[in-house]
Design a protein. Structure first.
Length: 224
């Protein structure tokens, strides 16, 4: 079975997707991490994130792999563990520009489908239910208010010793959502057959339980 979880920034997709995968013993694929890897290489090479031709030219130098770890998953770019580096602010704020380039989306979508072909999967991102896995048995579109999402990112940052005011985070999140929702190629959009899940006032455990129960419903329907 394929479980697709999409939604705007900091709605809780990766936190929840990881836990759902663990509970069901499914493979987890964080597609945002893949766009972040390309963005990291773009910044390291000094390429402008919106220079489509230059970004497309460096795609041949991008090899991304995942490795399971105790608290989820490590991300490797050309053999280097970039799990923490790809979460830095400059990567976060430039990822949407890189992700809007059609050749980047094609290359990563192909890799994501290959990962999903290997077996049962929970995949999270922006276009999983609409483009990458249009036949996923369960699609969830996860949202939360922008204030709550900025608050969550603020708390995450505090744990890492990063000090960005919550008002700045709100603006950054809103700007990224806007770019992700208005781009031409596979924009962030709820699939017609996705279940809308507002996590604004839900705990992580409540969201995980809700998705697992939706999954069990679908499984029962499929086996009857
Ligand atoms: O975790 P957060 O919500 O901050 O972002 P992410 O899931 O790590 O994704 C980083 C960026 O990659 C997003 O802002 C999107 O621009 C892009 N992305 C995408 O275009 N399509 C996906 N399937 C996943 C991410
Ligand atoms: O992947 P996405 O950008 O959607 O979100 P994330 O990277 O999982 O970050 C969400 C943050 O909100 C994490 O710090 C979670 O601990 C927290 N959180 C959540 O994910 N879900 C809730 N229902 C409440 C809080």
């Amino acid at each position: 079975m394929q479980i697709a979880i999409d939604g705007p920034a900091s709605a809780g997709k990766s936190t929840v997707a990881k836990l759902v995968a663990k509970q069901l013993n499914y493979v987890y694929c964080d597609t945002g991490a893949m766009y972040r890897c390309v963005t990291l290489l773009v910044l390291r090479r000094g390429v402008a994130p919106d220079d489509a031709a230059a970004v497309t030219a460096l795609l041949k130098d991008v090899k991304i792999s995942f490795k399971p770890s105790a608290d989820g998953q490590l991300v490797f770019l050309n053999g280097e563990d970039v799990s923490l580096t790809i979460r830095q602010e400059d990567v976060t704020n430039n990822a949407s520009a890189v992700a809007a380039i059609p050749a980047v989306r094609t290359a990563l979508t192909d890799q994501q489908r290959a990962i999903a072909d290997a077996g049962n999967i929970v995949m999270d991102g922006r276009d999983i239910g609409t483009t990458v896995l249009p036949h996923a048995e369960l699609k969830v579109f996860m949202v939360a208010s922008v204030e709550e999402r900025a608050r969550r990112r603020f708390l995450d940052n505090q744990e890492k010793g990063i000090d960005v005011p919550v008002e700045t985070l709100e603006k950054e999140i809103a700007a990224r959502d806007h770019k992700d929702s208005t781009r031409k190629t596979s924009p962030l959009k709820q699939a017609a057959d996705a279940v809308l899940l507002d996590t604004t006032s839900l705990s992580i455990e409540e969201v995980v339980a809700k998705i697992v129960s939706l999954y069990q419903e679908r499984r029962n329907i499929a086996s009857n």
